[in-house]
Ligand binder design. Structure first.
Ligand SMILES: NC(=O)c1ccc[n+]([C@@H]2O[C@H](COP(=O)([O-])OP(=O)(O)OC[C@H]3O[C@@H](n4cnc5c(N)ncnc54)[C@H](OP(=O)(O)O)[C@@H]3O)[C@@H](O)[C@H]2O)c1
Length: 246
């Protein structure tokens, strides 16, 4: 099955966990997947930011606070999800932070460790802890949100770039190790998208020229579907803009 033949109807009645669903790409994913009749567990560092999720299918939306900086916070979140759900069909590791835009020589080491923890080490820890629930799904899918600098490291992107390179490696290793239990694991590079993080990286840019978070959703929706069989792949969301009628 390819994205061209794919039917939106194959993404419904699923339980989907999206980290960082209060803003930007995670928010757009959350709203879209709720509107397609899925149950969505959405997280944010600041739980009040999740009030921005609209009331469409609100009875299927389960907001949970999660600070990826803290292992305790991840443990609490995992326990809360396990209390309410027997399975997770799709895990979207979307939340991350930018850190500093500085040379390696000038980078603050405390910030460095924090970025690597939030964007890589703790994404691994969270994924590892959800594997029992994902294995209970008939069609498990893990989507790791990467970046172009996770594929091609670039000057002044420091810890963010290194963390996304690591996330790409985790994607490949998980994909090989989970093949026999039929869980697919892929990475998606959104490409420059009009969000707060992008504004932090490029404060002088006109965001009107960029795709919106909604524009880049098709590849994510496909990878969440029953139809996707690809695993260990590196997708670029921009290549799929306009490939689905929403
Ligand atoms: N936008 C782009 O151009 C672009 C390009 C390439 C890759 N990406 C990747 O796409 C993903 C989404 O980016 P975005 O631009 O949509 O980001 P964003 O608008 O900055 O949103 C970040 C989200 O992550 C949450 N978050 C921040 N710090 C957190 C923490 N310590 N623990 C848990 N959650 C935390 C935020 O929650 P709060 O609201 O509570 O702060 C928010 O929901 C990221 O992985 C990013 O690296 C984005």
């Amino acid at each position: 099955m390819s994205i061209e033949d794919f039917k939106l109807s194959s993404v419904k009645n699923k339980t989907i966990l999206i980290t960082g669903s209060s803003r930007g790409i995670g928010h757009a994913l959350c709203e879209k997947l709720l509107s397609m009749n899925n149950s969505v567990i959405g997280t944010a560092k600041n739980i009040e930011h999740l009030n921005s999720i609209s009331v469409i299918n609100n009875d299927k939306f389960f907001p949970i606070q999660l600070d990826l900086e803290s292992i305790d916070s991840i443990n609490l979140m995992v326990a809360e999800v396990k209390k309410g759900f027997d399975k997770i069909d799709v895990l979207i590791n979307n939340a991350s932070i930018l850190g500093e835009m500085k040379t390696l020589e000038d980078y603050n080491y405390e910030t460095w460790k924090n970025v690597i923890n939030i964007n890589m080490n703790h994404q691994y820890y969270l994924t590892k802890n959800f594997l029992p629930l994902i294995k209970n799904s008939k069609k498990g899918s893990i989507i790791n949100v990467s970046s172009s600098v996770g594929r091609f490291p670039r000057e002044k992107w420091g810890a963010y770039s290194v963390s996304k390179v690591g996330l790409e490696a985790l994607t490949e290793i998980f994909s090989q190790e989970l093949k026999e239990v039929d869980i697919i694991v892929n990475s998606v590079n959104p490409g420059g998208t009009a969000t707060d993080m992008r504004r932090e990286a490029y404060p002088d840019e006109d965001q009107g020229q960029l795709p919106s978070p909604i524009d880049i959703l098709p590849i994510f929706i496909y990878l969440a579907s029953d139809d996707a069989t690809e695993s260990g792949m590196k997708f670029n969301a921009r290549e799929y803009i306009g490939s689905m009628e929403f």
